[in-house]
Design a protein around this ligand. Sequence first.
Ligand code: GAP
Length: 515
Amino acid sequence: MANGDELITLKNIASHCKEYGFIYPSSEIYDGLSATYDYGPNGSELKNNIKDYWWKAMVRMNENIVGIDAAIFMHPTTWKASGHVDAFNDPLIDNKDSKKRYRADVLIEDQIAKIQGKIDKEVSKAAKRFGDAFDQEQFLNTNERVLKYQSQISEIEEKLKASMGSGNLKAMKDLIDELEIADPVSGSRNWTDVRQFNLMFSTELGSVADESGKIYLRPETAQGIFVNYLNVQKTSRMKLPFGIAQIGKAFRNEIIARQFIFRMREFEQMEMQFFIQPGSEKEWYEHWKEKRMRWHKALGLGDDRYRFHDHLNLAHYANAACDIEFNFPMGFKELEGIHSRTNFDLGSHEKFSGKKLQYFDNNTNESYVPYVLETSIGLDRMFLAVMSAAYQEEKLEDGSERTVLKIPPVLAPNKVAVLPLVDKDGLPEKALKIMDDIKFDFNAIYEAKDSIGKRYRRQDAIGTPYCVTIDNETMEDDSVTIRDRDTMQQERVSIAELKDRLRDKTDLNKLLRSI
Ligand code: GAP
């Protein structure tokens, strides 16, 4: 929200990201490529800081988790074994008139959202009518029109769930016809049948251009961990339970890729597979749910922005799964998945490769294929979560306005801006001397042009937690002013104590100790 009343939209965030060097549309001079984005100078710093926070919390803070960096290309049988060749599909439908392609389930979900919109309208009308006496819960439970809409939603949801669960594409098409869903672009109801569409991108290896040379761009980083499970276990001398973590690119040919960096065709994942004894999966599932939620909340983006959402339709590999959802500008959506993957992947790789992937348990004197508990978060989605909470348009007491990114200081692209009050009288030289000293400890930025007010606003807009100003007094007593981004308060401190002050809020180790 801006000023507590105006809604911040994804559009606001996307255009701010572009203007201030966080994210640009990919190959923009050729009008861009849909659902691919490039990270600019501030964006790549923020992305690196998020990676650092995740990697340190997972790998450095846990002596039984180690990291790897596997190749994007993998032997094609990997994807047969993982189930992605046969089951990594989305239901697709084309409109014969507009030639536009949609995800059938999303068209139905959008229809549900429309009905939900009608309920929301009824609620806001009633709230206006009844004023302070309005009891929303009672209204939702008793108003006839609302009850009718709610029962429509339940009926559609049930039919959608049944058709998705059984892979009944005809039932999905029938539901689209029954709901009289029209193409959002052309208004036409002239639809093809629903077909399955595999989301993996493929290419050819070397000079072989037939099926035998077909390889895939990995749609998840997890398989690079599974196929290396024994290598890592042996070379790192790991004993169960232990984890392998990885950060890397993944690719999915999403049918509809929209909502800025929420759903991309090329994105990055931060995944950790935790190998455990069969039968202990329930306990570890709860453990990692709690641990990952603590990691999120420690950033201070607001505890009420997170919730768990249990999966009702489990993926082919899981016996329990949930999402950590985040309240993005378009509502609560998946940010991270926590999946109990059983021994599906390792068992399947054993079968397809003919190689044993067993663990010999010294405690029980038996060999078995370990079970796996997975935590999987999209780096770009995490970036969007941070931006969604950080972006604020504020009206100040003097009537002026500012756009500020209240990025958690540990993640901010630049920790401090060093600003000579004027670009003369020896102030720039003094400021650059301070820069030269602090740049080894902090990502610092130097700016001498424009009025100091303008420079403060620019630093607010890129989320710099501290501005340090060098003025004439500095030349006399080696003191500077330090301005806090969030409170806009300024304080005079000596140069000697500057680093300690900057470390106060920006120290990642301090945050890691607190979780
Ligand atoms: N290895 C399990 C796995 O890949 P997933 O739920 O398909 O599970 C995990 O993906 C996370 O990856 C999601 O929670 C999301 O944050 C991110 N993600 C998935 N598809 C994405 C896309 N098209 N664009 C951006 N992030 C995506």
